[in-house]
Design a protein around this ligand. Structure first.
Ligand code: F0G
Length: 353
């Protein structure tokens, strides 16, 4: 049942034994795609690699942590798992719970998760509860539910989630043969930046890499508590995945940015949408808006001259574009046209005679 997922691949770095029954959907091993067009469009003098995490089994990076969290929940013999989510954690939890034969309960902010993510929770049969509130309120409720013995929290406050997600840093280093100089990624609940930093440090301690990257985390301006230094009571952003006002791993994210001499900064919704479109148009890589926050961060840092010439930069794009088709259609420069079913009409529409 273990397959070829991240636990199997990196088991020496993970809290499992030979007897552990691994619950996996063969997550991980996602492509690290070198960008030429985007770097050229930005006039940058650096090498950029895109870690395309939308190609995980449920189309986001959450699967790396979920395989371990669910594996450990089964080991502990709980019947049910629960999470609060902006949509990707719930999609992943629902899928891995199905695989393990567990009940899955998901609490999501009413009307604020994208269509694809809702579809995933429902098709996998999760008990899907829409809370009249935001992600932060849903997470508070989940913390209370987690006090029960028969139900395991699979948000990133569960340390196994962070442990599993750190495998993405291992893959980046294995593919590059070294650590990158800088690593860009979006920040929401701040679990992923924490995971990458843990992964890079562990790989350095194990002498697999010689240096550590500068960690560059990006929040959406309307949901940027870490940047502002205070809880945001009513977070708002087009990037619903990172619409979070009180991140669980706030302090750990600050540690990652400070220890690595990096930063946590913000980008506007407009910058996010521009990056969303630009990445799809220049590189053929389709991501959801939250994932484009890291790309928008590169655009901004490059414009400020903060990316050294000749450096190697990695950006994690966290979720697939098909998660949020409505935004993609709205945000496209292209529009479809409707024609009569004859060649002349088609040629006219193409713009040739
Ligand atoms: N990108 C996407 C696509 C996400 O779904 C998330 C978080 C993030 C980035 C931010 O990662 O929380 O580790 O800082 N999504 C969570 C969820 C909150 O419920 O799916 P983070």
């Amino acid at each position: 049942m273990g397959g070829h997922g991240v636990i199997q691949r990196y088991r020496e770095f993970l809290p499992v034994s030979q007897d552990t029954c691994i619950i996996s959907l063969n997550e991980g091993n996602t492509p690290l795609i070198e960008s030429h067009n985007l770097v050229q469009a930005l006039g940058g003098g650096f090498r950029l690699f895109i870690k395309y995490e939308g190609l995980n089994p449920t189309a986001s990076f959450k699967d790396r942590g979920m395989t371990l969290a669910v594996t450990k929940a089964v080991e502990k013999d709980v019947r049910a798992i629960v999470c609060a989510s902006t949509g990707n954690t719930s999609a992943s939890a629902a899928a891995y719970a199905s695989r393990a034969g567990l009940t899955c309960v998901v609490l999501i902010p009413e009307g604020k998760i994208s269509y694809g993510k809702m579809a995933q929770a429902l098709i996998h049969g999760a008990k899907t509860i829409e809370v009249r509130g935001n992600f932060d309120e849903a997470l508070e409720l989940v913390r209370e539910l987690g006090l029960r013995d028969d139900i395991e929290i699979v948000n990133s406050i569960n340390p196994f989630r962070i442990q599993g997600q750190k495998t993405a840093a291992f893959e980046v280093c294995d593919d590059l043969g070294a650590s990158p100089d800088m690593h860009f990624l979006p920040v929401g609940n701040a679990g992923n930046i924490t995971s990458y930093w843990m992964g890079y440090k562990e790989y350095k301690d194990a002498e697999r890499i010689e240096s550590l990257p500068v960690m560059m985390g990006w929040q959406a301006e309307g949901a940027a508590p870490i940047v502002r230094g205070e809880i945001v009571d009513a977070p708002e952003t087009v990037a619903t995945a990172i619409r979070i006002g009180n991140p669980a791993s706030w302090q750990l994210a600050i540690e990652a940015s400070e220890e690595s001499s990096g930063a946590i900064d913000s980008v506007t919704d407009e910058e996010i949408l521009d990056a969303h479109r630009m990445l799809a148009r220049t590189e053929g890589v389709f991501v959801e808006p939250a994932s484009a926050a890291g790309i928008a961060g590169i655009v901004k840092s490059n414009a400020r001259g903060e990316i050294p010439q000749g450096s190697t930069v990695v950006v994690t794009v966290t979720g697939h574009g098909l998660k949020d088709p409505a935004i993609a259609i709205d945000n496209s420069a292209a529009r479809s046209v409707v024609v009569e079913p004859d060649l002349e009409s088609v040629l006219n529409a193409i713009g040739v005679q």
